[in-house]
Design a binder for this molecule. Structure first.
Ligand code: FES
Length: 258
């Protein structure tokens, strides 16, 4: 898919539920005891066939677990649990949607862009602008999936392709052109990107749903290993802890403190 990135297609039984954009699955090699933990991977695509489905997952090799995954041979078994978590909400009331993806964060947003929410009659009438950033050209994944479905802005930290700078810098350049009352942003990427997006939107508040990339252990809401502090909603002040795997991974940017 791109340097260090792997696209995996997994054949699943027909009964496997269709994932909502933003949901994830926990995957583990069958018959291997190390590493012990399953890994959370975002859904990049899902195709339904008469008697089976094909799940597409994009991941980047970052450690032993993902390296083992990348060495699986076609036909080897995989345990897939899911779909899990709370996905993106529809862009009700918006006339344009912006997608902001950093690195491998492109996967859930590409699925959102090409899936049901955006291809329905209401979804098709929306203006869609996709901002995709990576450290360098070789790390830009999924360009081919995106380019026919949206206006695409590309950037790299080293300037090897597109705008030279971060994806939030690229958005900042265009931001005044978007009416906050008619725009919704969907974002996914590393924590520094989410942090600078939050700072950017302080001055020009546009509603934003963000999918957090967090380390997970159980994926089911039981271990609290993925807890993040969020601003308490409703009455009262202060913070409370929410589980990324169960209460997220999608949150309103307003409530999280990346
Ligand atoms: Fe265990 Fe979220 S990963 S509670």
């Amino acid at each position: 898919a791109a340097r260090d990135h792997f696209l995996m297609s997994v054949r699943l039984p027909g009964a496997f539920p269709v994932p909502l954009p933003g949901q994830f699955v926990m995957v583990r090699e069958v018959g291997r005891s190390v590493p012990l933990l399953a890994r959370p991977l975002s859904v990049l695509g899902f195709k339904v066939h008469p008697d089976h489905s094909v799940l597409e997952l994009l991941y980047r090799v970052v450690g032993e677990g993902t390296s083992l995954l990348s060495r699986l041979k076609p036909g080897e078994g995989l345990s897939v649990m899911g779909p899990l978590g709370r996905g993106f909400a529809p862009p009700d009331g918006a006339r344009q949607v912006l997608f902001l993806a950093g690195g491998v964060g492109v996967a859930p947003l590409a699925y959102l862009l090409t899936g049901g929410l955006m291809t329905s009659e209401a979804g098709r009438s929306l203006r869609k602008v996709f901002y995709l950033g990576a450290r360098s050209m070789e790390l830009l994944a999924c360009l081919d999936r995106l380019q026919d479905s949206c206006e695409l802005g590309v950037c790299t930290d080293d300037g090897s392709r597109g705008y030279c700078g971060s994806v939030t810098d690229l958005l900042a350049r265009d931001l005044d052109g978007y009416d906050p009352g008619q725009t919704l942003i969907y974002a996914c990427g590393p924590t520094p990107m989410i942090r600078s997006l939050k700072a950017l939107l302080k001055a020009r508040p546009i509603p934003c749903q963000v999918s957090l990339e967090e380390r997970m252990a159980c994926g089911l809401g039981a271990c609290l290993g993925c807890a993040v502090a969020v601003r308490r909603q409703g009455q009262g002040q202060g913070i409370e802890y929410r589980r990324v795997c169960k209460d997220g991974p999608v949150f309103d940017l307003e409530e999280v403190n990346p």
